[in-house]
Structure formats: C-alpha cells, structure tokens
Design a protein around this ligand. Sequence first.
Ligand SMILES: Cc1cc2nc3c(=O)[nH]c(=O)nc-3n(C[C@H](O)[C@H](O)[C@H](O)COP(=O)(O)OP(=O)(O)OC[C@H]3O[C@@H](n4cnc5c(N)ncnc54)[C@H](O)[C@@H]3O)c2cc1C
Length: 407
Amino acid sequence: MVESHYPFIIIGGSITAYSAIKTFREFDKDTRILLVSGEDRLPYKRTKINKHIIRGFDKEEFRLADEKWYAQNNVDLLLDWVVNLNPDDKTISTKGKHQFTFGRLLIATGATSVIPQISGLTLNEYHKVQNAIDVEKLIATSKEAHAFLIIGAGVEGIETADQLVRKGKKVVIVNRLPHPMQKLFPASITDILKTEMKKKEVEFIGGINISSVHKNQKGRYEVVIKGQSYVFDALVACAGAIPNITLATEAGLETDRGIVVNKWLQTSHPHIYAAGDVSQHPGGYISGLWHAAEYQGKIVAQNVNNYYMKFEAPPFRLKTEVFNLFLFSAAYESVIPDEMEIINEEAGDVQRIFYFKDDKLKAAVMINDGERAKTYQLALMEEWSLEKIKNKIPLQPPMAFSFSPSK
Ligand SMILES: Cc1cc2nc3c(=O)[nH]c(=O)nc-3n(C[C@H](O)[C@H](O)[C@H](O)COP(=O)(O)OP(=O)(O)OC[C@H]3O[C@@H](n4cnc5c(N)ncnc54)[C@H](O)[C@@H]3O)c2cc1C
C-alpha cells in the first residue's frame, strides 16, 4: 500500500537506492520506505546493459532484486517521475499526481547522457546507452543498420563499439580528446587499445568535435570528418553524463555541477541527502562509478539512522573487457606526475603502471592481468608499498614455450 507520509523516501531507483535500503535494514527492520523510480522497470545493474548489445536482454534480466525483496523489506516501490520537491513542507510530487511527505529524503537521481550539439540533428536522432530502454532501442536499430558513428570514446563508447563490431557492424568513433579513454589511462595503454580497435577495423578519430551532419533523403547521416566523407545509418551519443540536478535546483537546494553535499552527504537542507552520480562532494568530486554510488548509499542509510559516517572516497576502480583486452584503472584522475614516483612494468601482454607518493600506492592502471584485479584493488585501498606489491603481486613473466618434437 502506498501511504502519504514516509519517514524515509528515496528518489531514483538504482544502485545508490538499493544499497541505502539494504544498509537501512541492518539498523531498522520496520520503518516503511518509499522508493520512487523513474524508469519502466525495477532497479537493475546499469553497468551490464551496453555490454549485452549482441545477445540482448530481458526486461527482468539484470534486476538488483525482485518485487518480493522490496515487499519483504517494507519498501513501497512506485515507478513514477518526481516532478517537484518542496523542502520547506518536506513534500514531493510525481508526474502520476501522487504527493508524499517525508522525514528524511535521499536524492539518488544519478546522471543522464550528454547529447552533443550538432547542427542538422534533432535530439531524437541520437541513440544513447544511459538506460536499459535506450539500449533496447539501439539493439532494435542494429537489426537493420550497418554503419554506426559513436560520438565519445569514454568507457561506454568503447564498450558499445566493441559490441557493435562483434555484431558485424562498421563502426567509426570520434572523440573530443586525442585518445580513447584518455581520462582513465596513459598513452602507453590507450595506444594498445587503438591498435586492437584497428585490428577489428574500428576507425578511431581523436581530437575532433563534429559540428554538422546532413541527413539525406534516404534517412542516412552524411558527415565530413577531417576532410573525408562518411555515411552512417545510426548515431550513438556516448559523450559523457551530467548529474540530474534539475529537481534539486528548482527546489532551491545548493547545486553546482552536481547537488552540493557535505561529508555526511547532506545537501543544503539537513534532512535531504544526495548520493551517487548526482552528488558533488567537498572539493568538487563527482563519482561516476557503480561501487562509488553503492558506497554512498550505504553511508546515507547509516547517517539517517544517526550513525554518523563521513564519505571519504576510497579509490574505486573501473574494469572493462573490450577488444580482447582486460583494462583496469583506479584513481588515475588523481595522478600528479611531477609529485609521484611512477613504476611502469611490462611482461608479455601485461602492462601495469603504479603511482606512489611517499612509497604509498595512490593510483594504478593495468592491462591484461584480470585474474588479480581484486588484489590490485586491495593494494590501493591499503596503500601498499612498492616492495609489498613486488612480493604479493609479482609481475609474472610470460609462460616459456617449450617444444619437444615427438619422435
Ligand atoms: C552504459 C553504462 C555502463 C556503465 N558501466 C560501468 C562500469 O563498467 N563500471 C562502473 O563502475 N560504472 C559504470 N557505469 C556507471 C554506473 O552505472 C553509475 O555510476 C551508477 O549507475 C550510478 O548510480 P546512481 O544510483 O547514482 O544513479 P543511476 O544509475 O544513474 O540511476 C538514477 C536513477 O534515477 C532515476 N531518476 C532520475 N531523476 C528522477 C526523478 N526526477 N524521478 C524519479 N526517478 C528519477 C533515473 O531514471 C535512474 O533510473 C556505467 C554507466 C552506464 C550508463
């Protein structure tokens, strides 16, 4: 039953919300919680959707939990869009004309795809990979379309390219920055990625902003890139994501690039929290990773239950498997080359680069050592010294290949 007052309401159904609910129940089994989620399905593992373009997925497939779990946890789940928040009388209103009051509120509205401004195109000409429904549309298009232009070579763009090319499609990726995944990896690793993409005939064009596209009479997209003409059947915007702050801004909460929060993840209203991709932390940090959102949800649930805990971001990692490579990056954005000791090691197809300050591991990137990724993550969390790394995760030489001719 949906009630009109809830001690705790969460807006936005994804990992922040799920993690907040799970943690909340460790402290309090009974208080009813309302989760208002704007998508057409139960909260799901967003990280999976663009990695399953080839085979597709069912609506229920990547669910974080089924209906029973929400019922068992005293959570009323409403699939609706929150259109208004009034912090003074602690009220939210939804598109479906529901109104609720809250004791504490968590805004976990995440982020949404940036759509590039390109003359000649309307917003609905672009495919996106933000939500499951977006990827379902892309999968439907890919049944007929052959040539794809992907705009943006961050991790979502590269993963989408990997899937499309494995589906037999022709893919060109353009990127504002000169290298793919440049914010996550140094050139020595992005060069390997470029080589692997080239082997699969993916054309990567870096350092470019497309300013105009012509849609011809056949509905195909004609583009001139660096003096060369291309024709595409479909366009995919993977140009990053921006926090969904409209609700908070209109409510008069302090916002900047994200919703501004203090170290307890409270917004400028003490009873309203923001966490996950939507929140902007002291110093300007905005996370954009699954485990970072999960951790923040946990912290909000503790703070709502008066177990005050500060958010001090541990180094969350990104890992991905694309173009036959395993790529791992953690805290690379915090690297200040002049102030750090950099250890670069290679053996066979494995390459890893560690960044130390005062012999404490502060950041790491790695390629093709996926089986030990968890140990790399632990090394970062515990700030291992170089010696400890050499002992615990020695660089394994490539397997010697011996050949004994049979008699
Ligand atoms: C395709 C893709 C692949 C990714 N892969 C990785 C990966 O491999 N590893 C990794 O660490 N991270 C990855 N990420 C990032 C990761 O998914 C996010 O960091 C994480 O999902 C953030 O969780 P969140 O809870 O903050 O919000 P989100 O997951 O963004 O969800 C927010 C939810 O709130 C809803 N909402 C927004 N406004 C309203 C409103 N007014 N009313 C009701 N509902 C609302 C949205 O519709 C959405 O359902 C990926 C992201 C995408 C898009």
